[in-house]
Design a protein around this ligand. Structure first.
Ligand code: FEO
Length: 615
């Protein structure tokens, strides 16, 4: 019985999943299986994009037959000749004798090598176009992503990139087909990284070349040969490819890989990890004799700092560690800071040998403070571990530790009103913790980078929404438009979510993919983001976050801080005769009395005394 999935009215997924495969390519464990994707385009001419692995050949052939629904197959495009995508090629040629094979010249050589066939194929080259009726298929060469013959195909009609191995993921599809049907970042990003690092990690330059070509195309959907189809939030995976292909770490933190025979090297690695954590540095640890190398290689692509701790074995590096380091070097790991712990009861050589191997990689900075153990770590060596921690910490970016006082002469030139001339927007920042929804008004959201798409927000710690973001690491920004009435600012800005439901008056209940509510009225755009890093700045926390979803709600102009003051915020009422006090310029709250303490915080909007003026 066939099992196909419709992508659009004339495009069908006809691939299949394999959950019985133990080792992909005989090397990479795939505990969650793997999908072999193939796509059938049903235009005036029918086109099949690649075939599948022999393990799922039978299901695939049923799928193609069903999807064709009696039509003949006109073209088979071979984008990649590796047998996990070409094992059913012979079946297709036999079953559909009229089919025309479309490939490039290199592919033809591989077809002859693998099958012995002398095929009369339609040979294409860069920028050639195949018209199939409504669709125009453009061929883009992508050598070494992952083999030299690889090409991808761009359907300029529906703006779909058939990307071959690029943007693939380990893992069976389990009934879903689109990345937005699952929690991709939580459930599949690790496998996408493991797939990338191990399959094409070595070929960063070639991947960058493909990304450059792709950046010139209007791509609305990506159909890879493994894993999910991307139809939304394409920047989520593209931004990762930009990082991975340039060997830039995704996260600042330390991956510790250790090889330990009797637990003493492991103990030193554990102590190092504890010391790093005490300094607030993220850590991930792997026993290289237990964890498959493919997982550690993927982690090495993720983290900025790598520590290798190995005992000496047969006068060399311990076997599993040596294999891992050879593998990492083969995968072209670059741009990392590395630290080394060695162990040797009578002649420690592993440290020097690891240093020598890793030193051949590009832009690898090896920290000088190597810790050398004689059988086990001694108390007297804790200072060496601390020196390594300090060296790692000082090489990590972070808030500048500059406590020098501002000189009077410098402070004298600061006019606080200058801050009001910065052009701020106004946003409803929403978060969710369990079943509790909450939101507050902020005016500090800015884009930091385009690739990855990343922004920063600053949130007052007194806000309940702040605590929710600290806990969950997720938030939404609803960008308010000029039509926003004052009641929205009252609703989200002038009371605390700790003792009220800020959404109680809302007739809407829309949520983004991250399940957080957003404001549907007087909002021109919604952005969802996931916290990447946070910095404590006393009264506020600055969150740096990756954009995970965004969409437009209207073309109305965004409200600015200035516009709010000029057009939305009610003008303060004239003070009552004889009454003394201070009014908050932000929300209008009145503090009665003749003095306003310097550390006074507005109970409504949480602004400080500097935003009050005397009545
Ligand atoms: Fe999925 Fe390079 O084959």
């Amino acid at each position: 019985m066939y099992c196909i999935k419709e992508i659009s009215s004339d495009l069908v997924w006809v691939g299949a999943n394999d959950r019985r495969l133990a080792m992909f390519e005989g090397v990479y464990s795939v505990p969650a299986g793997v999908s072999y994707n193939s796509y059938l385009l049903k235009d005036e001419k029918t086109v099949l994009f690649d075939t599948v692995d022999k393990a799922v050949r039978h299901r695939f052939l049923e799928n193609v037959t069903s999807a064709l629904d009696g039509k003949q197959l006109d073209y088979l495009i071979v984008q990649h000749m590796e047998p996990d995508h070409s094992s059913a090629l012979e079946d297709i040629l036999t079953r559909y004798p009229g089919v025309k094979l479309v490939c490039n010249a290199k592919t033809l050589v591989f077809i002859e090598q693998f099958t012995g066939f002398d095929i009369n194929a339609f040979i294409v080259k860069e920028n050639d176009v195949l018209n199939t009726g409504r669709h125009n298929l453009h061929f883009v060469m992508a050598p070494m992503v992952h083999w030299p013959e690889v090409m991808v195909t761009y359907d300029s009609t529906d703006k779909i990139l058939f990307s071959a191995d690029a943007f693939g993921t380990f893992g069976a599809l389990n009934g879903a087909l689109f990345a937005d049907e699952v929690d991709f970042n939580k459930e599949y990003m690790d496998e996408a990284r493991r797939y990338y690092a191990n399959i094409v990690g070595k070929y960063g330059t070639q991947v960058q070349s493909l990304l450059n070509k792709a950046s010139a195309l209007d791509i609305q959907m990506i159909c890879p040969l493994h894993g999910f189809v991307w139809r939304n939030n394409l920047s989520n995976i593209i931004s990762k490819y930009v990082l991975w292909s340039t060997y830039q770490p995704e996260e600042h933190g330390v991956m510790i890989a250790y090889a330990s025979v009797y637990g003493n090297t492991e103990n030193a690695a554990e102590i190092l990890a504890c010391c790093l954590r005490e300094k607030g540095i993220k850590t991930a640890m792997f026993d290289v004799s237990v964890t498959p190398a493919s997982e550690i290689i993927a982690a090495a692509f993720r983290w900025s700092h790598l520590v290798f701790a190995s005992t000496t074995y047969n006068a060399g590096i311990f076997v599993s560690m040596e294999a891992l380091i050879n593998d990492l070097v083969a995968h072209n790991i670059q741009n990392r800071t590395v630290a080394i712990i060695e162990n040797g009861s009578w002649a420690a050589t592993s440290g020097g040998l690891m240093r020598e191997k890793l030193g051949k990689c590009k832009n690898i900075r090896i920290i000088e403070q190597t810790v050398s153990l004689k059988s086990s770590l001694k108390t007297s060596q804790l200072t060496e571990i601390e020196a390594m921690v300090d060296a790692i910490k000082s090489s990590l970016p972070g808030p500048v530790d500059n406590k020098s006082e501002i000189k009077d002469s410098e402070a004298a030139s600061v006019d606080p009103k200058a801050m009001f001339k910065l052009s701020y927007g106004l946003f409803v920042l929403t978060a969710k913790d369990g079943t509790k929804d909450n939101g507050c008004i902020i005016n500090t959201a800015i884009q930091i980078t385009a690739s990855p798409l990343r922004l920063s927000i600053a949130v007052n710690k007194a806000n309940y929404t702040h605590d929710m973001i600290i806990k969950t690491g997720k938030f939404n920004l609803s960008i308010l438009a000029e039509s926003a009435p004052f009641r929205i600012f009252e609703q989200f800005g002038f009371k605390s979510g700790r003792d009220s439901d800020k959404f109680a008056v809302c007739s809407y209940n829309e949520r983004t993919v991250n399940e957080i509510r957003y404001v549907t009225e007087h909002t021109n755009c919604v952005i969802s983001a996931k916290v990447f890093e946070s910095y404590d700045y006393g009264s506020h926390t600055v969150f740096i976050a990756d954009v995970t979803q965004s969409f437009m709600l209207s073309g109305e102009p965004s409200v600015t801080y200035q516009y709010y003051f000029d057009n939305i915020k009610p003008k303060p009422k004239p003070p009552q005769e004889g009454k003394k006090g201070f009014v908050c310029k932000i929300c209008g709250y009145v503090h009665e009395g003749s003095n306003l303490p310097e550390d006074f915080i507005c109970p409504l909007c949480k602004h400080g005394s500097q935003d009050f003026e005397s009545i």
